[in-house]
Design a protein around this ligand. Structure first.
Ligand SMILES: Nc1nc2c(c(=O)[nH]1)N[C@H]1C(S)=C(S)[C@@H](COP(=O)(O)O)O[C@H]1N2
Ligand SMILES: [Mo]
Length: 215
């Protein structure tokens, strides 16, 4: 075992003892890049973010307008369905919960699910209950820096577990869309890219809901 491997194992043991290592996951100190398809380029002069569906009023924000929205920081443990987990990751961005509370977005009571829409057609769905919780963020920054292109620059959804917080639903990271371009609020559930490809619709990391066949 290399020295690096030894350190990793030791750290994993500590995290595991703290009850933060979901079944079937292993700790990484790297930040793997995982996505289907190419990395889009960002042009701030043409980029738009659209909010539509079950809302009182559709909105479209330019990048400059998006940067004016209220911002927060969240520290989370993120879990990829391919079995790596990264702990205490620090994100900064815009919380949907805040946008709704401050009536920047007026979601109709009929909205029960959220679809994130990304460049090149990636999408992913989640219930409003998850979308509105503290562990879902529209993130522009990781670890104090702008996202890098392969991690979703300029904007991505991110979802993870907040250490020490009970009662939140912790789901796999594929439900955070990189290169996020829009939010669609829907009344009836509609499956996103990986969900249609056989991943589990609910994606609970503690129940190991990786594939639809996991029940
Ligand atoms: N647009 C887009 N977003 C995506 C994906 C993708 O294929 N396309 N893959 C998801 C998966 S499976 C994971 S684990 C995370 C990985 O984020 P990372 O590359 O920053 O680690 O992005 C998610 N968001
Ligand atoms: Mo993933």
């Amino acid at each position: 075992m290399s020295e690096g491997q030894g350190k990793r194992r030791k750290l994993q043991g500590k995290i595991s003892q703290e009850g933060r290592l979901p079944p079937g996951q292993s700790l990484t100190v790297k930040f793997p890049v995982l996505h289907y398809g190419p990395v889009p380029t960002f042009d701030p002069s043409t980029w738009e973010f659209r909010v539509w569906g079950e809302v009182d009023q559709e909105v479209t924000w330019t990048w400059d307008e998006f940067l004016e929205l209220p911002r927060i920081k969240v520290k989370m443990d993120i879990h990829c369905v391919t079995r790596w987990s990264k702990f205490d990751t620090e994100w900064e961005g815009v919380s949907l919960q805040t946008l709704v509370q401050q009536e920047i977005i007026r979601v109709k009571p009929s909205a029960k699910f959220l679809l994130q829409h990304c460049d090149y057609g990636y999408s992913t769905n989640m219930p409003m209950s998850v979308a509105m919780s503290d562990n879902f963020l529209l993130a522009s920054h990781f670890d104090g820096q702008s996202l890098t292109p392969d991690h979703g620059y300029p904007l991505r959804g991110v979802v993870g577990a907040i250490p020490g917080r009970e009662g939140l639903k912790d789901i796999y990271l594929w439900k955070g869309g990189k290169w996020l371009r829009g939010l669609e609020f829907i009344a009836e559930d509609r499956m996103g890219f990986w969900e249609q490809a056989g991943y589990h619709n609910d994606a609970d990391v503690w129940d190991e809901q990786r594939f639809a066949s996991d029940g």
